[in-house]
Design a protein around this ligand. Sequence first.
Ligand code: B3K
Ligand code: ZN
Length: 884
Amino acid sequence: MRDAQPRTIYLKDYQPPAFLIDETELSFALGEQHTQVRSRLRLRRNPAVAGVQGLELHGCDLELLSLAIDGEELAEGQWQINGELLQIAEVPDEFVLECHTQIYPQNNTSLEGLYKSSGMFCTQCEAEGFRKITYYLDRPDVMSVFTVTVEADATRYPVLLSNGNLVSAEDIGQGQHRAVWHDPFPKPAYLFALVAGDLAVVEDGFTTASGREVELNIYVEEKDLDKCDHAMASLKNAMRWDEEVYGREYDLDIFNIVAVDDFNMGAMENKSLNIFNTSCVLAKPETTTDMGFQRVEGVVAHEYFHNWSGNRVTCRDWFQLSLKEGFTVFRDAEFSADMGSPTVKRVEDVTLLRTAQFAEDAGPMAHPVRPDSFIEISNFYTVTVYEKGAEVVRMIHTLLGAENFRKGSDLYFERHDGQAVTCEDFVAAMEAASGIDLGQFRRWYSQAGTPIVEVSGTFDADRGSYALTVKQSCPPTPGQPTKEAFHIPLAMGLIGEAGALPLSLEGVPADPDTADNTQRVLNITQPEETFVFTGLAEEPVPSLLRGFSAPVKLRFGYSRAQLLRLMRSDTDGFCRWDAAQQLAVMEIEAAVAALQADQPVNVADDFVGACRALLADDALDPAMVALMLQLPSEAYLAELYHPVDVHALHQARDEVRLALGKQLSEILWQVYQRCQSDEPYAPSAEQIARRSLKNCALSYLMRAGGEQAVAAAVAQFENSKNMTDRLAALTQLVNSPAEYKAQALQRFYQDWQHEPLVINQWFQVQAMCQLPGTLEKVRSLMGHPAFDIRNPNKVRALIGAFCGQNTVNFHREDGAGYAFLADQVIDLNRSNPQIASRLLVPLTKWRKYLPAVQGRMRAELERIMAEPALSNDVYEVVSKSLAE
Ligand code: B3K
Ligand code: ZN
């Protein structure tokens, strides 16, 4: 057990900083044994804060060598260290503080602060990593102009980078060299970055709309120079898109990206020096899947967009994290939609939201988009802050319309450029620019939980009217037993026999600005309200929550016939896909019942027929067909039931897959052939769509069994030139009884052992194998020479994929999956608390399962809780999960 309870920090206790730092000069002497950091800070009292005498700076794991004020060294007794605070009781109103510290980046396994990855020095400071580098006011509302000097061995570290512009570079003798960087834009410490290493570079350029020439560099290891083209093209597309869609230009003469192997998340938007996980920057067809290419495009754009939404306008405090993350995710999602297929992108994002985010919102760590409190801020880089935060921005876009939204974002950037602000400031700018009242809408920032929207419809044939009654509610979440009504934009249409019907809403004139009168956005603001549509000659089927216009659980008692109509002819792609999902859920539910009654599983003819019609229609976007044919994931199904019987759902879903594969095998073969192509690989929407449908067909064919399917998978594995097809075939083989799989895995390893990112995929395919014995396999792979518990990508590929995505094996009935995860969390808690606490998430959901399962999962959480030196990260998640 821990000695002391860690402290909870509350939003309501926010106080502005008592001191400001106008200038920050940092000087690094990087070494193999130790690194010395000298800082020179020009400080002054914040005129807006009265009554604070002394100075308090943050610092963590630092060796303090000396401290001086205005050139006078401070004697012991003039300062003291109290936990993470350095306190100096007496300071003038304005002064220069010089501080000399020593740190050990080579021993820093937390990957926070300054650390080494594959022989290079790099940094990660968000949220509170800067305090592991030197004593500072490590809070986002203290913004300073940084000048950084880096000295290091010239042979080992020929490249020395920091934020802003290079001021000078020189040899300083004895094999050492020095570079000085200056960033003219004031920034909080979390955006500071430093890199020193032996790196190769891909250079390019971009001319901004106003004619500024920007130098673009991607720094990677020499062996990866051939994998930077896609990231560079994505960066240039993102720069152009932000000019066109948001009127935002880049503001410096240089923009650098550096790829590192060991990184806790995807990437980091440090001012002009973005640091990336290699997995989010490197891509080439032979090593990277379509999904990998799309991830690179999305993450490159996301980090670039932060230059405005995050860096030029930053967060006042970490409770406002969604101000920059929610907005930037919305921006990158719109960008990706514009670069590829908007409906496919939307369905993928909604799928993530409805599984991971809805689960978080229903679990022990549920928190509002703007949390009220935290113990460890690193635990709040969540799907709620990011993805639900993006949905909140999307709803503002829907309520205001594109034109007013742009006016609002212009006003927000104009009002707050160079400031550290709040979510409230964002909403206020949107409101001021549009004149639209967002008073009630603000509850989306403060109330946690997923609202439930129950809709019913009544058709009055005599009057030709259709009444939609909408009721909303929201379940309690930790600390919030009751909720007030949300302002929900409900996009909808009415679908008749022959397609979408014109809408005439009683008491509301038609919107003259809307060309399409078959869709409306209803403003839902009351716990219950009714909308009446008139002029209808037939009973319509409502198409609700079009484009997933709000992050809610929508309930409408659709009949099979109604869902089949939507699946066939809804004009909204999202609703069409969702109708197919709802029909599939009905099939899986029927299969659960059949299995319980020891009956054979059959899939209803009308659903098989609808699937066959999709496959036969070669006018449809193949990516949409693939998405509509994919059965709802086990994670999504788990959100529908309480308690969840993991094994019953798994078996039922698998039986439905088998039955569909058998009944559709003929047309699946045709589709599989139709989608073959010998075009050279491109990550274009059109090619990605074709590959996804082809591999979807292959997976059903493999499930249906037979030598022909195995032969096709083997041929695809052996002959494909691109990783998407090769990995899809390998996945099918690994999950089948085919004997060839051992050989395939071995061959894949031999072909790619020199490419760590491909080996991660090799680990992941095995970790996600649905067959029995996978836990034993994962344990043995942890001893493989290519596995490294200190590398987060490896941990995610093997342990994360097994515990988070391999539901049937993680929930093995003997509880061995839970014990395995607890062991890994206990180990990683010591070396990398952020990764430990993320990995833990599947155990926190223990209350969802059957009583016997709950007991086994809870026991493992208690075992973690009993560990002596729990990090704040792990402590917060475990203690909240166990709280009554
Ligand atoms: N802002 C960073 C995330 C930092 C996470 C720190 N634990 C990446 C991003 O969202 O762009
Ligand atoms: Zn971000």
